[in-house]
Write a protein that binds this ligand. Structure first.
Ligand code: NDP
Length: 297
């Protein structure tokens, strides 16, 4: 079996390089050309030619334009990478009878209310990133290719930058931090997403009727403020020298950004857990593991 992984060096892409490796021959690309193959999701002709040349049984797309605020002004590029490139992958997957595995976001929802979103709930993105990701989902569904789309939220990885590392860095120098307390979701590890992806791929190859859209996030919920408090509490309890003495909760309205953020990022993951007989651990266990890794504890 041949797997083409796009966006190999992002948070999720990096972990997929590990989790997909035992499933088959892995061709992993980033935006740079290598051996005549091109994984640049803004070069649609080259992307199409690359897929035709590799002829994968499974395309896994971890590449995305994820700069939420910048997407408000770089709409053409965000649409190309998040929507049009997904459409090219879906068309090529359909013509090869290949599977397409793709990731999307809770930002397709309005963020209203406090009920965890189900796959069947009405979508209404409040920013351009969410709009472009939704267009990508729709292109995949409309293509008729066999697919798994995982909507996830608040992704972190031990590698690269993430919210927890930013909080730790700020807490070293500042006595007071102000963190948003009215956006609620579930921090979800890139490692968990990658492991669930590999397990789900194994199952859909035997049961193609499981093709579809799934919500994939850690269990439980927390605000950014609660998340920051957990991270800093762990670091202090484990001997890190931090200057911070107060973590103040603030409202989203007090922290204006170019892109609006949904307040309710909760995802209902029952469909994924039931269809694939999977357990999704609580967010604290994954975050604690990541902290132990980055703090070397
Ligand atoms: P990252 O931003 O860590 O990774 C995205 C990857 O896409 C990067 O390696 C980036 O490369 C690559 N990329 C961007 N533009 C292009 C391009 N033109 N051609 C090729 N590659 C490109 O994102 P995550 O791993 O966190 O996200 C994985 C998926 O999960 C995405 O679909 C995202 O929309 C979704 N998601 C992410 C959330 C999050 O909190 N991060 C929340 C919800 C969903 P480079 O570094 O060179 O730009």
């Amino acid at each position: 079996m041949k797997i083409l992984l796009l966006g190999k060096d992002g948070q999720v892409g990096w972990e997929l390089q590990r989790s997909l490796a035992p499933l088959g021959e892995l061709v992993a690309l980033d935006r740079n050309a290598i051996d005549g193959l091109c994984g640049d999701l803004s070069d649609l002709d080259a992307l199409r030619a690359t897929i035709s040349q590799v002829k994968p049984d499974i395309i896994v797309n971890a590449g995305a334009y994820t700069a939420v605020d910048k997407a408000e002004s770089e709409t053409e590029l965000a649409d190309c990478v998040n929507h049009q490139a997904s459409q090219v992958m879906a068309e090529e997957a359909a013509s090869l009878s290949a599977w397409l595995v793709h990731y999307s976001t809770d930002y397709v929802f309005s963020g209203q209310g406090s009920t965890p979103w189900r796959e069947s709930d009405a979508v209404a993105p409040v920013n351009y990133y969410g709009t472009s990701k939704l267009a990508g989902e729709r292109a995949i569904t409309a293509s008729g290719c066999k697919h798994l789309i995982f909507r996830t939220s608040w992704v972190y990885g031990a590698r690269g930058n993430n919210f927890a590392k930013t909080m730790l860095r700020l807490a070293k120098d500042r006595e007071t931090l102000s963190v948003i307390a009215d956006q609620v979701g579930a921090p979800t590890g890139a490692d968990l997403i990658a492991d669930v992806t590999a397990l789900a791929i194994q199952q859909v190859l035997q049961r193609p009727e499981l093709s579809g859209l799934y919500h994939l996030a850690s269990s439980g919920e927390v605000s950014w403020h609660g998340y920051a408090s957990h991270v800093i509490g762990f670091a202090q309890a484990n001997g890190e020298q931090l200057a911070v003495t107060a973590i103040n909760p603030i409202e989203t309205a007090a922290y204006p950004t170019p892109a609006r953020r949904p307040l309710n990022s909760r995802l209902n993951t029952q469909k994924l857990r039931d269809n694939f007989s999977l357990h999704l651990p609580d967010w604290q266990s994954g975050v604690t593991r990541m902290l132990r890794e980055v703090l070397n504890k």
